[in-house]
Design a protein around this ligand. Structure first.
Ligand SMILES: [Zn+2]
Length: 65
């Protein structure tokens, strides 16, 4: 066990780097959403989080490309 308790092994930690996916935004993506368990979460900062979930969010993401 390392001092900080984290491992760099893939899948060993949920603490991955995820930045806001909004184009041009360099802020930390502190708000994540995944429509299903088998779909990797997408991340946004507080400013760009779409504040929508489920089918509504999926539709918006699809529209954005
Ligand atoms: Zn952002």
């Amino acid at each position: 066990m390392s001092i900080d308790g984290h491992s760099s092994a893939p899948g060993a930690s949920i603490h991955v780097n995820h930045w806001c996916e909004h184009e041009g935004c360099k802020q930390w993506g502190c708000y994540g959403h995944s429509p299903r368990k088998d779909v990797p979460a997408r991340w946004w900062c507080a400013e760009h989080f779409p504040h929508k979930f489920g089918a509504e969010l999926e539709a918006e993401l699809k529209a954005r490309g």
